[in-house]
Design a protein around this ligand. Structure first.
Ligand code: SAM
Length: 275
């Protein structure tokens, strides 16, 4: 018998994946968690029926959400990742030799535990001595820390439930305060095809707080519409005009210095959304 996962994306749109095997399925205090093995994308983490990350295309998201802010900052030493319990963003952040400490603040310990058990390619750096794991709400964590981080990365689920408060103007003010004077923040901010109002609101909320706000894009096959936005707010450095003369000191599969700049070049319809 064929087994298919149907991920509802909009009310009238869904994506389907043929499943080889269900690896684990749990109800956590925060969400429904499943890890399944699929024919097309390998193992996948699914939360409340929404695909979070897959072995085949995870590198696009994790490289872009990490390397764009970390290469924009001249000396990123202390990094906070909010959400991101799969560990993929921490893995990429720790590739930067300047990083002394990367804190993962994930609300759901079960996500961390099951990704350690079943998605080792993604969670492989969670035991690095430079990584500190804090299980709790990112909103409270950011509120309790001032002038402390060089880069804050919001690697959250979609803007519903526990993640809803991670997408608002008042949270961006708290992020601004938790960052040092040269600090940068980045967040995954949904599909401009499917949720243009979210992209617009996040961009304008960030612009009200940070002197420099930019949007960059990446092609992620398993995210709704396959074309994903990230919003970056910066106190000092412009992420779209970094110096690309130096070679990378580690390997990447998606990110290059040329792509860094190119990802900020937006199609007309996205420019119009941001107006
Ligand atoms: N790359 C993913 C995506 O865009 O689909 C995000 C993956 S990551 C697994 C998202 C994590 O954010 C989840 O594990 C969820 O538990 C966590 N999360 C949601 N709200 C949170 C909050 N308020 N504080 C900390 N973590 C939160």
């Amino acid at each position: 018998m064929d087994m298919w996962l149907k991920e509802g994306q909009l009310e009238d749109t869904a994506m389907t994946y043929k499943i080889k095997e269900t690896i684990c399925r749990k109800k956590t205090p925060y969400q429904d968690l499943a890890i399944v093995d699929t024919y097309a994308f390998g193992r996948m983490l699914i939360l409340d029926g929404i695909v979070q990350t897959t072995i085949k295309d995870e590198y696009v998201y994790h490289e872009m959400i990490s390397h764009i802010p970390l290469f924009t900052h001249p000396n990123p030493e202390k990094i906070l990742v909010v959400g991101g319990g799969d560990g993929g963003t921490i893995r990429e952040v720790l590739k930067h030799p300047s990083v002394k400490k990367a804190i993962l603040c994930e609300i759901d310990k079960v996500v961390i535990d099951e990704c350690r058990n079943h998605l080792k390619e993604i969670s492989c750096s969670l035991d690095d001595p430079r990584c500190e794991i804090f299980v709790g709400d990112g909103i409270n964590y950011v509120h309790e820390h001032k002038n402390e981080f060089d880069v804050i990365i919001i690697d959250s689920t979609d803007p519903f439930g526990a993640a809803e408060g991670l997408f608002g103007g008042s949270f961006y003010k708290e992020i601004y305060e938790a960052l040092k004077d040269e600090g940068i923040f980045v967040a995954q901010t949904e599909s401009p095809f499917f949720l243009p109002h979210v992209v617009k609101k996040v961009f304008s909320d960030s612009k009200n707080v940070f002197p420099i706000t930019k949007l960059f894009m990446a092609a992620i096959p398993t995210y709704p519409s396959g074309y994903w936005s990230f919003t970056i707010g910066s106190k000092k450095y412009n992420p779209s005009s970094i110096d690309i003369s130096e070679n990378l000191s580690f390997e990447t599969k998606y990110y290059t210095k040329e792509l860094h700049k190119a990802s900020f070049v937006l199609p007309r319809f996205i420019e119009d959304i941001l107006k």
